[in-house]
Design a protein around this ligand. Structure first.
Ligand code: KIV
Ligand code: ZN
Length: 512
């Protein structure tokens, strides 16, 4: 039996980024894109270039560095959006325009205020216009899961005639049930006369917890591209999780007629990276990438696994990248080894100045911590190291006091632009004191939405990685900081979030 190819289209950098608070910097996007490429993702949707200059630059930067995955850029149906996306994709070795418009009666009438015929014209014009600039054009019928099937058939047939190469059927609001969604895909493929000219794709949201089930049902009905995100990140309840789809198809080859080309050993590192960058923790019992996904607590299970692993395990932890916690460098490692390991991890170091700062940080860490792991290096290469010039606020030094019977106290020296400020404050704990001290200088007035601490690796000498989510005037940003001292990590995370608020990037959500 021949195994057909199932194309993996990852949209962590676009739909994933639409989760409130998950917005990423250009450097973070490049880092994740490199990991996706290493994992052998077929298509990386890098962003929505018309959203903002920052988004445009990110898509362009990803298109410049990625060579083994196709880069997709999202755009609405306007010529302006498409031109912007084409421009951003110029450096790509292989690019794709992904244009979309809503096709459900509800969206057309209430959101777009367009008639079905107007939507039809916009869709055809967009695909024709895009095909003049690039030979790979994906068309998505937004809210296809609730669209009239006859209208869907008509619009899909029309855009295929205009040259669309991929037709994507999104269940935008996660409303469908697996059988129903599979039938929709099956009927579309059957009824659209030129359906064999394109690749059929699905894009499922998880509002009812069915995104992966719906995606797999659609694959059974003939879809050959799956749109998904790492850890299921995405709007509202998120998208279908890449790791779950890929492992379901790989594990159940007795059932599926297709397979992906994904290197599954890169799944856990990708999950950790996305969680670290966005500050969205992975729940412990999450399939494949949760900390407990391969842990056996009950005595009967442990006994079974020790006697014969397959009694309770349908996949091997090492096949999805657990135990990738490799000891990489130590106190005596030199600059060359350090640089080479960063390169292997997909972290580009563009200038000698950045390398020097990063190497100094590494030596500092190696003094405090005996074993340095890949995860430590990722955390080390934070924004303030990679893009020091973008950082308006910088932590110069800090001292904290926390003693029984005494009020916790923080003393912080912070630079704002070229001016250094020394400040101190008490708080209900040392973290509270640190944030209050920083706030007394920056006066951001931002609301703290989330504060979380995670140990990056095992052991009490592990670095703590802190995520701080701040909100101000409708904007939500995440800041990260890592250090073996979690109060210092907290101060860094808070300052990192303030720097992101400081750079006032105006963004447009494509679907609003
Ligand atoms: O959910 C959705 O419909 C989308 C489209 C833009 C593909 O994200
Ligand atoms: Zn979506």
């Amino acid at each position: 039996m021949t195994v057909e190819k199932l194309i993996v289209f990852d949209t962590t950098l676009r739909d994933g980024e639409q989760s409130p608070g998950a917005s990423m910097t250009r450097e973070e996007k490049i880092r994740i894109a490199r990991q996706l490429e290493k994992m052998r993702v077929d298509v990386i949707e890098a962003g929505f270039p018309a959203a903002s200059n920052g988004d445009f630059e990110s898509v362009r930067a990803v298109a410049e560095v990625i060579k083994d995955s196709r880069i997709a850029a999202l755009c609405r149906t306007s010529d302006k959006d498409i031109e912007r996306a084409l421009e951003a994709l110029k450096p790509a070795k292989a690019g794709r325009i992904h244009t979309f418009i809503a096709t459900s009666a509800l969206h057309m009438e209430k959101k777009l205020r367009m008639s079905p015929e107007e939507v039809m014209v916009a869709a055809r014009n967009a695909v024709r216009f895009a095909r003049n600039g690039i030979d790979d054009v994906e068309f998505s019928c937004e809210d296809a899961g609730r669209s009239d099937l006859d209208f869907l058939c008509r619009i899909v047939e029309a855009v295929i005639k205009e040259g669309a190469t991929v037709i994507n059927i999104p269940d935008t609001v996660g409303y469908n049930l697996p059988e129903q969604f599979a039938e929709r895909i099956y009927k579309l493929r059957e009824r659209v006369p030129n359906s064999d000219k394109v690749t059929w794709s699905v894009h499922c949201h998880n509002d009812l917890g069915l995104a992966v089930a719906n995606t797999l049902a659609a694959v059974m009905a003939g879809a050959r591209q799956v749109e998904c995100t790492i850890n299921g990140l995405g709007e509202r309840a998120g998208n279908a999780a890449l790791e779950e789809i890929v492992m379901a198809v790989r594990t159940r080859q007795d059932f599926f007629k297709c397979d992906t080309r994904i290197d599954t050993t890169q799944i856990v590192p990708a999950s950790k990276m996305v969680s670290g960058v966005t500050g969205f923790p992975v729940q412990p019992n999450k399939a494949i990438v949760g900390a407990n996904a391969f842990a056996h607590e009950s005595g009967i299970h442990q006994d079974g696994v020790l006697k014969h692993r397959e009694t309770y395990e349908i996949m091997r932890a090492e096949d999805v990248g657990w135990n990738a916690n490799k000891l990489v460098l130590g106190k005596h490692s030199g600059r060359t080894a350090f640089r080479a390991r960063l390169k292997e991890l997909g972290i580009g170091v563009d200038s000698e100045q950045v390398l020097n700062t990063a190497f100094a940080r590494f030596k500092d860490l190696a003094d405090k911590k005996h074993d340095i792991f890949d995860e430590d290096l990722h955390a080390l290469m934070s924004d303030e190291v990679i893009t020091p010039d973008d950082e308006y606020y910088k932590l110069v030094s800090s001292a904290f006091r926390s003693e029984t019977g005494e009020k916790p106290h923080a003393r912080i020296v912070l630079s704002a632009g070229n001016t250094e400020h020394s400040t101190e404050s008490n708080g209900s704990g040392p973290v509270d004191a640190a944030f209050k001290a920083i706030e007394s200088v920056t006066k951001s007035g931002a609301d703290l939405l989330l504060y979380s601490v995670n140990a990056i690796t095992t052991g009490t000498d592990a670095q703590g990685e802190v995520t701080v989510r701040l909100s101000k005037a409708g904007r939500i940003v995440n800041g990260q900081g890592a250090d073996t001292d979690i109060i210092v990590a907290s101060a860094r995370a808070y300052i990192n979030a303030l720097n992101k608020l400081q750079s006032s990037i105006e963004r447009v959500n494509p679907q609003v």
